[in-house]
Design a protein around this ligand. Structure first.
Ligand code: GTP
Ligand code: MG
Length: 195
């Protein structure tokens, strides 16, 4: 994918702030600090347009990035971060739930998992929930550079088993450090928005 143009559009907290031009949307969910914003930066080949941090809980709204005037990447706040207040956690939860159930241009959900660890209870719930609402989903196992290549297969299998990934859903091995999986993920995204 050649990136000609990318723009940060809005940090939205309420649905009326979501863009109204009906371009297809690809959203990213996952635990706090798993690497969602880094993954976006790798996809769009920008160093730090999506704000990343070694401190969890950095992304607190739905952040919209418009790519090549053809689609949006939507960065969700991460879940499972203990230091976020209960009220705030509930607000994120409601915002994400409403988005997933009602957002018409939403074409594909990326569920981002750290390849090193077994998916958490929250990851499992999220995946079950996505499948319950029949949302097309792609699992992205990121930080692949953090484990030896010889262990990739075993970890991918572990992720598939724990999440009970449905046969129709792709699992992509990714690294925002090396760019591994970038072309494959763009192919999946382009396929998802092509119909
Ligand atoms: P929240 O916004 O808090 O939910 O976090 P996030 O999921 O957006 O994570 P972010 O992209 O900010 O990355 C968290 C940390 O992990 C940063 O220190 C990144 O540099 C690091 N990181 C992310 N992806 C990779 C990767 O593929 N490889 C390595 N080695 N580090 C990564
Ligand atoms: Mg982030």
């Amino acid at each position: 994918m050649i990136i000609r143009d990318v723009q940060f559009v809005i940090s939205a907290v309420k649905p009326h702030q979501y863009p109204e031009d009906a371009l297809p949307e690809i959203a990213l969910a996952g635990r706090s600090n798993v690497g969602k914003s880094s993954l976006i930066n790798k996809l769009i080949q920008r160093k730090n347009l999506a704000r990343t941090s070694s401190q969890p809980g950095k992304t607190q709204q739905l952040n919209y990035y418009r790519v090549n005037n053809g689609l949006y990447l939507v960065d969700f706040p991460g879940y499972g971060y203990a230091k976020v207040s209960k009220t705030q956690r509930e607000q994120f939860g409601t915002m994400i739930e409403t988005y997933l159930q009602e957002r018409e241009p939403h074409k594909l959900q990326l569920l981002v998992i750290d390849i090193r660890h077994e998916p958490s209870k929250d990851d499992q719930l999220m995946y079950k929930w996505l499948k319950h609402f029949q949302i097309p989903t792609c699992i992205v196992a990121t930080k692949a550079d953090k484990i030896p290549r010889s262990k990739w297969d075993k970890h991918i299998k572990m992720i598939k088993t724990t999440l009970e990934v449905e046969p129709g859903d792709n699992v992509v091995l990714f690294s925002s450090e090396t760019g591994l999986g970038r072309d494959q993920l763009w192919a999946i995204i382009n396929e998802a928005i092509s119909d």
